[in-house]
Ligand binder design. Structure first.
Ligand SMILES: Nc1ncnc2c1ncn2[C@@H]1O[C@H](COP(=O)(O)OP(=O)(O)O)[C@@H](O)[C@H]1O
Ligand SMILES: [Mg+2]
Length: 208
């Protein structure tokens, strides 16, 4: 049975596609990965297009899906994959509920800002309603961002399950993204790669 991990957060720009692709690039050396792009903006598909142009063979599958095909597409992806990573648009509509019902865990990236906290609340509630475990990961954390601990406390107060692993605001992430790669490939012994490895480990634990 494939593990299904959905990246959701109704706020755009929180880091869903970035963290999903980082995780995919990190995991693909050991597991068979399938990607499902549910965002009409097709950012994940763009990343994969870059990747295919740069590598000899496509090392993961990508399905461009939609609300009415998602059930079928998950089944299709599950045939050949160990892990299915689903990228959602920055909305909280019916489709998101449907996806969450089919998902093992939901990863909710949030930047340390008040609007992200508000949006996170809605996304986490939706996951709870649909019976999926949701884990919030703080993204683009600045080295001396004073408000981060306040934000973390607020999120925890609201019942969000906050991962202790945090992702910094690092150029390496956006550089890798533009190359259809992950920092585990482009910046092997960087702090960014360490953070992604730690996040992958934390997520793997939640799947057990
Ligand atoms: N940890 C990070 N460090 C630096 N830039 C980041 C980080 N996470 C996301 N970004 C940048 O922020 C923008 C939005 O990220 P993205 O993953 O597309 O968000 P979403 O998919 O939630 O809309 C992108 O330009 C991306 O490169
Ligand atoms: Mg996105």
């Amino acid at each position: 049975m494939a593990n299904i991990i959905t990246f959701a957060q109704q706020k755009g720009g929180a880091g869903k596609t970035t963290l999903l692709t980082q995780l995919a690039a990190h995991l693909v050396t050991k597991q068979r990965i399938a990607l499902i792009d549910l965002d009409p903006q097709k950012t994940l598909t763009g990343w994969m297009d870059e990747r295919i142009q740069r590598t000899v063979e496509a090392d993961m599958d990508l399905i461009e899906s939609s609300e009415w095909r998602i059930g079928v597409d998950i089944k299709k992806a599950a045939r050949d994959a160990d892990v299915i990573l689903i990228d959602c648009p920055g909305t909280a509509d019916m489709m998101l509920g449907k996806v969450m019902r089919e998902t093992d865990i939901v990863v909710v990236p949030a930047q340390p800002s008040a609007p992200d906290v508000w949006a996170t609340r809605a996304t986490v509630r939706m996951a709870m309603k649909e019976g999926a475990d949701a884990y919030v990961v703080l993204n683009r954390v600045q080295p001396r961002g004073g408000a981060v601990e306040d934000i973390a406390a607020k999120l925890a107060d609201e019942g969000a399950d906050l991962l202790k692993e945090r992702i910094g605001n690092r150029v390496a992430f956006s550089t890798a993204f533009g190359k259809g790669a992950g920092v585990s490939e482009t910046a092997k012994s960087s702090k960014a790669a360490e953070e992604i490895a730690a996040l992958a480990k934390a997520i793997a634990k939640k799947l057990r």
